[in-house]
Write a protein that binds this ligand. Structure first.
Ligand code: ZN
Length: 104
């Protein structure tokens, strides 16, 4: 198997950041100097690989800042453009954090 030995992979970098605090995909993209789209392609893989290590990627859902509608039931990694309830566009981005299962 070919593994980069000198440098952490993107996914490891994201896991390291999310183990230290919450980040939105936009903040992760700024932190790592990659596009937000690329961040979003890594997240489902990260969620899966963490499952094998007694850890999980927790999605803190986005919320409409105008009517407080919670986008909780939707498992999505990107920000919706509009609130389905009030049509507002001031929506807080979803944030992520890595937690170990024993912490809960
Ligand atoms: Zn709303």
């Amino acid at each position: 198997m070919m593994l980069a030995k000198t440098k952490q992979t993107r996914r490891q970098q994201i896991i390291t950041l999310l183990s230290q605090g919450t980040y939105s995909s936009r903040e992760l993209s700024q932190e790592l100097g990659i596009s937000e789209k690329e961040v979003c392609t890594h997240l489902p893989h990260i969620a899966r690989s963490l499952g094998a290590q007694e850890k999980e990627l927790v999605l803190i859902p986005c919320q409409c800042l105008e009517c407080e509608y919670l986008f909780g039931s939707r498992k999505r990694f990107t920000k919706p453009s509009r609130c389905p309830r009030c049509r507002g566009e001031r929506i807080q981005e979803p944030r992520f954090i890595v937690k170990s299962r024993s912490e809960k």
